[in-house]
Design a binder for this molecule. Structure first.
Ligand code: AMP
Length: 249
């Protein structure tokens, strides 16, 4: 069973992003970039399937600028066997990424594709679902446990008020929840080994996909600053403020 994982290069989750002064987006010049955390979980899940003898090959795919190679190298250090970079400087929105991934999938013919449930930069949470629709494959989103037996994936999903267990016929799309696993610490030897693993670069053109954006960002603004709080001397003063100042009771 071949497994593909989709890995996106995003601003590192520890960076406090700043909105550009012209409100066209966030400033990503000179900030630390890393693999989207949910995609690390996806790559870890695929690697564990390989280690358990359930997967024969793990291929990490990233779409974006040339530096996304670094993200692919991290995926290779976690345990992917090879990487595919769909290189473009174009702004990529979820539908374009889904179309690019579909083209790679048609070429590679995997039985399982694992994506993150959301990218922490655009917070779209759309790519896996769009991809499943484009391929007409079954999908399970927000997955916290995966079992593969023959041509069936049995997965656990976290839903409101409990857990849902569903069976999917492979080939299928899975998107990862935070609790699926804890990605391994990438060691220096695995980074060195990853440098020797194959990494292929293709372009949207060579895949026959037009990645042009369909949505226009009108404005990006900082969240409104919170007003400073006040300390009240006792409960009576708190109730008075809630009633007369905040008018919430
Ligand atoms: P989103 O729909 O943008 O929230 O992204 C959901 C998931 O789709 C991510 O966690 C990745 O697994 C995948 N994805 C999104 N954008 C890219 C990209 N440019 N390259 C590779 N995978 C991506």
């Amino acid at each position: 069973m071949k497994v593909i994982t989709a890995v996106k290069r995003v601003v590192d989750y520890n960076v406090k992003v700043r909105v550009k002064s012209d409100h066209t987006g966030v400033d990503i010049g000179n900030v630390k970039m890393s693999m989207n955390p949910f995609d690390e979980i996806a790559t870890e899940a695929a690697t564990r399937l390989k280690e358990a003898g359930k997967a024969s090959e793990v291929i990490a795919v990233s779409c974006g600028v040339a530096q996304s190679q670094e993200t692919l190298r991290t995926a290779l250090a976690i345990g992917a066997d090879r990487g595919v970079l769909v290189e473009t400087d174009a702004e990529l929105q979820p539908l374009a990424v889904a179309k690019l991934l579909k083209a790679v999938i048609e070429k590679e013919q995997p039985q399982l594709v694992i994506l993150g449930k959301q990218a922490i930069d655009d917070d779209a949470g759309q790519t896996g679902q769009l991809l499943a629709a484009l391929l007409d494959w079954p999908q399970a989103t927000f997955v916290s446990h995966i079992e593969i037996e023959g041509s069936t994936a049995t997965v656990t999903r976290e839903v409101d008020g409990g857990l849902e267990v569903i069976a999917l016929q492979l080939p299928a799309i899975i998107t990862t929840d935070l609790r699926l696993n804890e990605p391994r610490y990438v060691t220096l030897p695995s980074i060195m080994k990853a440098k020797k693993k194959p990494l292929e670069t293709v372009t949207p053109d060579s895949l026959g996909v037009d990645p042009s954006p369909r949505l226009k960002t009108l404005k990006v603004v900082e969240p409104a600053a919170r007003k400073a709080g006040v300390t009240v001397p006792d409960v009576a003063a708190l109730v008075e403020k809630l009633k007369n100042d905040a008018k919430v009771i």
